[in-house]
Design a protein around this ligand. Structure first.
Ligand SMILES: Cc1cc2nc3c(=O)[nH]c(=O)nc-3n(C[C@H](O)[C@H](O)[C@H](O)COP(=O)(O)OP(=O)(O)OC[C@H]3O[C@@H](n4cnc5c(N)ncnc54)[C@H](O)[C@@H]3O)c2cc1C
Ligand SMILES: NC(=O)c1ccc[n+]([C@@H]2O[C@H](COP(=O)([O-])OP(=O)(O)OC[C@H]3O[C@@H](n4cnc5c(N)ncnc54)[C@H](O)[C@@H]3O)[C@@H](O)[C@H]2O)c1
Length: 459
């Protein structure tokens, strides 16, 4: 019997040109694979277009204004600081477009074929590209393997008037900042935008369903952030929920579970994200699911052997570096037989509030749960950083090490304060090599810095 070898137009189709998809397409093409990438929006995905990058640029704006407002003690006196939000928003959009073009150009250089439109499955080797507006089918594309990297979208609240509220996607389309804003949620996006808007002059109320900010982070971090946000004048309302939204003249009236009402210009709902799988026509494939996520094995292979999935559609930390690494590891294994695995240990995380939060490894609570409280030792210090000496706002910083008493291994490192994210990136390297508390103690301090406290903390 002669087996017929199927001919496909491409070696790989990548669905979605975001953090993961771009990384995988570029790496696969660098091995000589014939790659097509399908994108329904701008090239770049959530991180570049409506996530990490535009958000961080806004954080820089907020940080600058905060410093300008509190620099009199340093002899820096500015009579009036006006914030033209339209300028910031326009500049951010221009930068994002520039980065999108850079990504497109690098795809071109690598001979990756870009199809603009919505990709959806016809079968396990074929995808059709559809115009999202007219729904016309533009093209059919086939490949030996397909990588799904379509990312996620914000969850909406199922309450009356929900469509009046913004999600994070809408923030980057604004022409101006609102004067009064209600933010719903206590996670990453809610805290980051509460900090951005408040530091740029908006009156902010934040509504949190639970008792703490940033559930799952070390308790000391969430407590530090709560104190700092309160002292900044953010109105934090815990153990309350949004029940309905009504449009009143130019504003929005929110009714809360407690019965009280709030009038603001706008509402930002930041209550989590979900995989964006609905438009892929996945019913034709019957892929196995893991709850709302696609089920994959450790090589990111789905239940169909030539289809892979990475990024925010799989049940792993939904962060850009994770999506990028999954994309690269997929391409290294599939196109260069490298036998690599993604290392999910000690993923550093940061919440870009002002001051910011960063963390790597186990929280004190998680370490106690795993190793039992008697085996865990905590080293912690709180102090006012020198940079705040002449400032009115004397925000403190907090540094913490969680150590396994039995073998002296550092299990977790947490920080609240300026440059916390920059510092924790380096600590993550050390944790991955199994650093002990003694290694910290025998490292010379760099003075005067905030991070020197990490090597001078004694129990
Ligand atoms: C406001 C915000 C701030 C964030 N800040 C950070 C941060 O500071 N640090 C960090 O590490 N992470 C951050 N993240 C998370 C990070 O952006 C995501 O984890 C990351 O972008 C996921 O990459 P991905 O490749 O899975 O998907 P995405 O980057 O979302 O890319 C998916 C792409 O697929 C496209 N697509 C969807 N469906 C189809 C289809 N059917 N056909 C064709 N194309 C399709 C989409 O248009 C999109 O471009 C943030 C997220 C948000 C929302
Ligand atoms: N700095 C960063 O790395 C960064 C920044 C932004 C987003 N992200 C990524 O994007 C993801 C999504 O961010 P996010 O802030 O939307 O999600 P999140 O999971 O961090 O926080 C969601 C918040 O909404 C609350 N919530 C959920 N359902 C609710 C409901 N029905 N009513 C009221 N509150 C509700 C949760 O208790 C939680 O406080 C993050 O988990 C993270 O992976 C990362």
């Amino acid at each position: 019997m002669i087996l017929k070898v199927l001919e496909f137009e491409f070696d790989l189709i990548v669905l979605g040109a975001g953090s993961g998809g771009l990384a995988a397409a570029k790496r696969a093409a660098s091995y000589g694979a014939k790659v097509a990438i399908i994108e329904v929006n701008k090239i770049g995905g959530t991180c570049v277009i409506r996530g990490c990058v535009p958000k961080k640029l806004m954080v820089y704006a907020a940080n600058n204004r905060r410093n300008m407002l509190s620099s009199e003690g340093y002899g820096l006196i500015s009579k009036e600081i006006t914030f033209e939000s339209n300028i910031l928003l326009k500049n951010v959009r221009e930068e994002v477009s520039r980065l999108s073009v850079l990504h497109s150009n690098s795809l071109k250089k690598l001979n990756v074929k870009v199809f603009e439109g919505l990709g959806r499955f016809l079968n396990q080797n074929t995808v059709e590209v559809v115009c999202p507006k007219t729904k016309n089918i533009l093209r059919k594309v086939s490949a030996k393997s397909i990588l799904i990297s379509v990312g996620g979208k914000p969850k909406k609240l199922n309450i009356p008037g929900t469509d009046f509220a913004w999600t994070s996607d809408d923030i980057f389309e604004l022409k101006d900042f609102p004067k009064k804003l209600l933010i719903v949620g206590g996670g990453y996006i809610a805290c980051e935008f509460a900090s951005i808007f408040k530091n740029l002059g908006t009156e902010v109320t934040q509504l949190i369903r639970g008792e703490n900010l940033l559930n799952g982070f070390d308790k000391d971090l969430s407590e530090c952030l709560e104190k700092s946000m309160t002292s900044l004048g953010i109105n934090l309302k815990f153990k309350n929920q949004l029940k309905s939204i009504k449009k009143i003249n130019d504003g929005l009236e929110s009714t809360l579970e407690s019965g009280s009402k709030l009038l603001t210009d706008n509402i930002l709902v930041a209550t989590g994200r979900e995989p964006s799988l609905k438009r892929l026509n996945l019913d034709t494939l019957n892929l196995k699911m893991d709850g709302i996520y696609l089920e994959v094995n450790e090589l990111n292979k789905t239940s169909i052997s030539n289809i892979f999935a990475i990024g925010d559609i799989v049940k792993r930390p939904n962060l850009t570096p994770v999506a990028i690494e999954q994309g690269r590891v997929f391409a290294d294994n599939y196109f260069a037989a490298l036998k690599r695995k993604v290392n999910y240990e000690n993923i550093p995380k940061a919440v870009f509030t002002i001051p910011e939060i960063s963390t790597v490894g186990l929280s004190e609570e998680k370490a106690n749960e795993i190793y039992s409280e008697v085996n865990v030792q905590v080293f912690k210090c709180n102090f006012t950083p020198m940079s705040n000496t002449f400032k009115k706002n004397k925000s403190k910083c907090m540094l913490k090490l969680v150590v396994n008493k039995k073998n002296d291994k550092v299990l977790g490192c947490h920080m609240f304060g300026e440059a916390a994210s920059e510092i924790i990136q380096m600590v993550a390297v050390s944790l991955n090599t199994g650093i002990t508390k003694k290694d910290f103690d025998t490292t010379m301090a760099l003075h005067p810095t905030i991070s020197e406290e990490f090597v001078t903390m004694y129990g």
